[in-house]
Design a protein around this ligand. Sequence first.
Ligand code: HEC
Ligand code: HEC
Length: 263
Amino acid sequence: MRLFGMLLTCALTLGAQIDSVDPEYLVPKANPYNSAADVKRGAQMFLGQCSRCHGTKGEGGLGAVLAQPRLRRAPDDESLFHVIRDGVKGTEMPPAFTLTSKEVWQLAAYVRSLGRVEAVSLPGDPRRGADLYGTKGKCGQCHIVSGQGESVGPELTEIGARRNAAYLRQALVEPEAAVPDGFLQVRVVTKDGRSITGVRLGEDTFTIQLADLTGHNYSFVKQDLKDLQKDFGKSPMPSYQTVLSAGELDDIIAYLASLRGNL
Ligand code: HEC
Ligand code: HEC
């Protein structure tokens, strides 16, 4: 009991000492550096120190997608501060010990700005877009919106809150320009000569699982395959540049932008 008391006193004095060394040691709950100038400074640091993993617009890559309204490890400002300063143990996300608390907050302000896609008014008609989504686009063959459809591609229920209109246009016209993390196209040829192209669902040393473009799932023992190709940066999503007219593209983009889930 006495020992516990001593330890406690030690810890308290140590805490007090750290406080006296760095008045910013106590992390406030809300970001104190949130002005436009702070966001700008954060953007500069982000480009230099974070973009190689998170992408210049937080679109993700080796690092997590930051351009989304909810971050798994950082639901509030305080936890966002800790993630940026301390990193995430056991992952590539490094700590940023050389930054001051102010700089960490400025980065946090910028990271939050990435996830805020404002609702803007767009030229297309979202109702016609919803129609095209189901008919000419056949998007539901590969995407889920509010529980409907197949999960070959990413779920789109909240896509309008996560991606801006320019990104959505590019995703439709030039799908390969921005393939989100986790969607690797693979092509296999089985020993009996069947070729299947799909999205990798899982893989270990000996087996690989994929979903083909109709949403059918497969698991193969690699040894049993005649060929296995991984197409990094390729997308199984077709380009809609020539399938849809300019007006129809606008309509679908307006529809996608309106999909904001509960966000
Ligand atoms: C070497 C690559 C790398 C660098 C550099 C890097 N990160 Fe990360 N970051 C990651 C990875 C990987 C994750 C995902 C960790 C996990 O599994 O949760 C991550 C996660 C995060 C998260 C949590 C995301 C979430 O969804 O909760 C934030 C916020 C973040 N990083 C911000 C930054 C900032 C700001 C910088 C620059 C100071 C930075 N990162 C630099 C790789 C990196
Ligand atoms: C054959 C399957 C397939 C079809 C059909 C398809 N997609 Fe995709 N889509 C994917 C895959 C796989 C990805 C992820 C790889 C990529 O970004 O190209 C994707 C990515 C996307 C993205 C980017 C998502 C993100 O989080 O970055 C959007 C938006 C999108 N699709 C919308 C649509 C719309 C709208 C249609 C119909 C007009 C459509 N897709 C048709 C498979 C498909």
